[in-house]
Write a protein that binds this ligand. Structure first.
Ligand SMILES: C[S@@+](CC[C@H](N)C(=O)[O-])C[C@H]1O[C@@H](n2cnc3c(N)ncnc32)[C@H](O)[C@@H]1O
Length: 307
């Protein structure tokens, strides 16, 4: 299983996030423990890593993987609960916080999770099985308008209205329960040359909606900045433009020390900058990394230091 997920931008992210060998680090997206393991290798016996993953299988896998490692504490919590985890651990601040967003290769390849449109699977897309609504519920019960909005907002799918209409037409006859049933509906209303890209956008949109990914990211960023020690670094690896935009805007806003209108002669706001941006442009994987791990191709890393 370990071989199935290669940590993305591994050295680059660790170079930014680990600033103190005895520090306390938070890995918000434990997955199969690749980045957490990298942090453990860089810290000394006084350092600590606290890692969480909302996916029970990822958590269980990593629990076994790190069973003989006493410098790591693992949680099966949403990363939006970073503040609760710090309270449980009686920690005030972290020296570094890392989030490698999205889904792992294992989740994508695991048929039971229904994350992939490449294999026949139940249409689910939940990372956290405790969430009440899955992708099948969305496509079978949401109104045509709401479906179209989800595809447009979270998949940036231009054909959202046409696809939503076809989904609603077809579900009148049969419930849409599998990835291939949804794929074949999309195929009927999509020109062949756009089919794969459209599929990818539709599945991305449903996944983001079902897991409430963008809201979770915003909550996490706001809480993280409060929990970073001075000079501590926040590192976020994102995989699509919607996530990257949120990170970029958040960093930009937190780096500003004035938000007064441009025509004010003197500053009247009490805005203070709380972050120094370390990556003017996002760091992207090398061609070599992409050749070895095609899933790294859309990754963008942004890092910022707490002032
Ligand atoms: C790209 S993988 C991380 C892989 C990990 N860095 C490694 O090296 O194995 C993303 C992980 O984040 C988890 N995840 C996504 N959103 C989450 C959230 N809101 N809270 C906690 N975990 C989340 C997913 O379940 C998945 O296991």
């Amino acid at each position: 299983m370990e071989k199935l997920h290669k940590p993305v931008l591994f050295e680059e992210s660790l170079n930014y996030v680990v600033t103190d060998k005895s520090g306390i680090y938070f890995d918000a997206t434990l997955g199969y423990g690749g980045h957490s393991e990298g942090i453990l290798k860089r810290i000394n016996k006084n350092g600590t890593v606290i890692s969480t993953d909302v996916d029970k299988d990822a958590f269980n896998f990593s629990k076994e993987k790190f069973k003989n490692e006493n410098r790591i504490k693992l949680y099966n919590f949403n990363f939006t609960q970073i503040d609760i985890i710090t309270k449980i651990e009686s920690i005030n601040f972290f020296d570094g916080i890392l989030a490698d967003l999205g889904v792992s290769s294992f989740q994508l390849d695991n048929v039971e999770k229904g994350f992939t449109y490449r294999q026949e699977a139940r249409l689910d897309l939940r990372m956290d099985r405790n969430k009440v609504v899955n992708a099948s519920d969305v496509v079978n019960s949401f109104s045509e308008e709401d479906l179209a909005d989800i595809l447009f907002k979270f998949g940036e799918e231009k054909n959202s209205r046409k696809i939503a209409k076809e989904i609603c037409n077809q579900r009148r006859n049969n419930k849409i329960e599998t990835t291939s049933e949804l794929s074949s509906i999309i195929k009927q209303v999509t020109p062949q040359r756009y089919y794969v890209k459209t599929l990818s956008r539709v599945f991305q949109a449903l996944r983001i909606f079902v897991n409430d990914e963008l809201n979770a990211l915003e909550i996490f960023l706001k809480k993280s900045i409060e929990l970073l020690k001075k000079n501590g670094v926040l590192v976020i690896i994102s995989y699509h433009s919607l996530e990257d935009r949120i990170v970029k805007e958040f960093f930009k806003y937190e780096a500003l020390d004035c938000i007064c209108p441009k025509d004010y002669p003197v500053c009247k706001c009490d805005k203070e900058s709380r972050l120094k941006i370390l990556t003017k442009k996002p760091v992207v994987p090398s061609l070599k990394e992409i050749e070895q791990n095609i899933r790294a191709r859309s990754a963008k890393l942004r890092a910022a230091e707490r002032i």
